[in-house]
Design a protein around this ligand. Structure first.
Ligand SMILES: Cc1cc2nc3c(=O)[nH]c(=O)nc-3n(C[C@H](O)[C@H](O)[C@H](O)COP(=O)(O)OP(=O)(O)OC[C@H]3O[C@@H](n4cnc5c(N)ncnc54)[C@H](O)[C@@H]3O)c2cc1C
Length: 479
């Protein structure tokens, strides 16, 4: 059978995969499985997504790095937004009145737009092989009999579906994970941390009157080319930042990161007190939209002791939920799908023993990566000056801050000394974008840099100490 990816893969049309969740990980893993010849049924508890929902508060912006793009491409998907509505972007970080650019190869997408586009790209790439069932919520699984049961919108019994392989791509609050845990006493989950920050979004801000201006040259920027991130300068501790960008219609959209929502006062006053360089017309419109929304949590870090069970496997946030502090949730969710595909590629899934071995291989190879990212995220979260750390002892906080600070100093020093060999002053963000650098490697480099910095600092201090003693003793001798 010729796949959309251009390779001839063995036909396994008799093999059925059931994917739970039509989020980014659900659609990409469905495409990978279809590419390997599976008949795939994707079940999503929500109704079919529409364009109109794009402006809903649930649709937050995401930065997709090469990690995501590579996985999407390997799955044989070519969603239109990557060429048309989206943008190879830079992230613009205005501070005061000057604009600072940091180069980026990321794409900025709305979560909703990404989900919708991946669904249609999967259906286009594998016609007849991938079927979506909306308004189908996973209720129960008979793991021994390989049957999944779903309920419809009003909780009536909707249907049962048999499978050879079950993929749980149902997000951070995964029902698949819950059901797997219920049948396996060695399957544990740990809540590592909870973001203490919330967000609200805004969409389609009005055009500015001629008397008001944003940044110099902003009018000439193309849609999605830049993300303008404004930090709140500490004037209002309940607001961290506002990020905004132009959508395909050239209208501004964005989101704000907010603390202490239970102490939140009157929105326009809160926004005004943060002193953002945002024109009054936009600030008013943002305030009005915020008043109509709940505060949305940024997420939780949930660590799993395993990510596979009886002919079932977890991918994406279901396998390794993270918060958005490092912007890696979707990037790693899609990398998981590619990792599962690599494990399946080396086996014959129609042979049950080989399928089980492939799932175990995936578990053994991918779990350390997922845990490394979760550790990195926890460290970044703790290292932020004004975040209140969740579930961390003072020693952990001290050690984390020490590691992050010294490794940052070491990177800056290396960049100053050997700019050709170390092109980035802040390497962590760049490394996270790079698919060839694993999260375990990023973690190892942080430790190495911190150790190098500590040794160099100790050496410098000893030299100064030695010279100081020498000076004092020769001074005493002269006297
Ligand atoms: C504010 C914010 C900003 C973010 N920014 C970034 C970023 O810049 N970069 C990045 O990489 N990541 C970012 N993320 C994280 C990213 O959104 C997630 O990691 C990503 O969406 C995970 O994809 P997923 O498919 O695994 O899960 P989800 O996107 O959660 O999708 C799961 C799907 O499963 C469905 N479902 C759930 N339960 C059931 C059930 N019982 N039956 C059937 N269907 C079910 C849900 O309706 C949903 O459609 C951000 C997250 C937030 C909140």
């Amino acid at each position: 059978m010729a796949s959309a990816f251009g390779q001839t893969l063995q036909s396994r049309a008799d093999l059925r995969a059931v994917v739970i969740g039509a989020g980014p990980a659900g659609s990409v893993s469905a495409a990978f499985l279809a590419r390997r010849g599976f008949q795939v049924d994707v079940f999503e508890r929500r109704p079919q997504p529409t364009e109109e929902q794009a402006a809903s508060y649930r649709s937050y912006p995401m930065l997709l790095s090469m990690r995501s793009l590579q996985s999407i491409d390997c799955a044989g998907l070519h969603p239109a937004f990557l060429d048309a509505t989206c943008f190879k972007g830079r992230i613009a970080v205005p501070s005061g009145s000057t604009m600072m650019y940091s180069q980026s190869t990321s794409h900025i997408v709305h979560r909703h737009q990404l989900g919708m586009q991946l669904i249609s790209a999967a259906q286009d790439a594998y016609p007849g092989q991938i079927r979506y069932h909306f308004d189908h919520q996973l209720d129960a699984v008979d793991f021994a009999g390989q049957q999944a049961s779903f309920v419809g919108e009003h909780k009536q019994q909707a249907s049962q579906h048999g499978y050879d392989l079950l993929i749980g791509a149902d997000g951070a609050n995964s029902r698949t994970r819950e059901l797997l845990q219920a049948i396996d006493s060695s399957f544990h989950t740990t809540l590592v941390s909870k973001a203490n920050c919330t967000y609200k979004t805004f969409h389609e801000l009005p055009s500015l009157p001629s008397t008001e201006h944003f940044y110099e040259g902003f009018e000439h920027h193309q849609p999605y080319q830049h993300m303008y991130t404004m930090m709140a300068r500490g004037k209002n501790p309940r607001i961290r930042s506002i990020s905004m960008w132009k959508n395909s219609a050239g209208r501004m959209c964005g989101m704000a990161a907010l603390f202490d929502w239970h102490q939140w006062g009157h929105t326009p006053e809160e926004l005004a007190s943060a002193d953002f360089p945002i024109p009054p017309t936009w600030l008013r419109a943002i305030g009005q939209q915020f008043d109509q929304q709940e505060f949305n949590p940024f997420g939780r870090v949930i660590k799993c002791s395993k990510i596979c069970g009886q002919r079932a496997v977890l991918v994406g946030d279901a396998a390794h939920a993270v918060t958005s502090v490092m912007g890696q949730g979707c990037n790693t969710a899609l990398s998981t799908c590619a990792a599962l595909d690599r494990a399946l590629a080396a086996s014959s899934p129609s042979n049950p023993a080989q399928l089980d071995a492939a799932l175990q291989k995936f578990n053994a190879e991918w779990l350390p990566e997922a845990h490394a990212l979760q550790r990195l995220e926890f460290m970044a979260y703790l290292a932020r000056a004004n975040d209140k750390p969740a579930r961390a002892s003072p020693l952990t906080i001290f050690w984390t801050k020490f590691l992050m600070t010294t490794s940052t100093f070491a990177t800056m020093a290396l960049h100053k000394l050997y700019p050709k060999r170390f092109p980035y002053a802040i390497a962590l963000f760049q490394e996270l974008q790079e698919p060839s650098v694993s999260y375990t490697t990023v973690m190892r480099r942080i430790h190495l840099r911190a150790a190098g910095f500590a040794v160099a600092a100790a050496a410098v201090l000893s030299i100064f100490g030695f010279l100081g003693r020498l000076l004092i003793s020769s001074g005493l001798r002269l006297l």
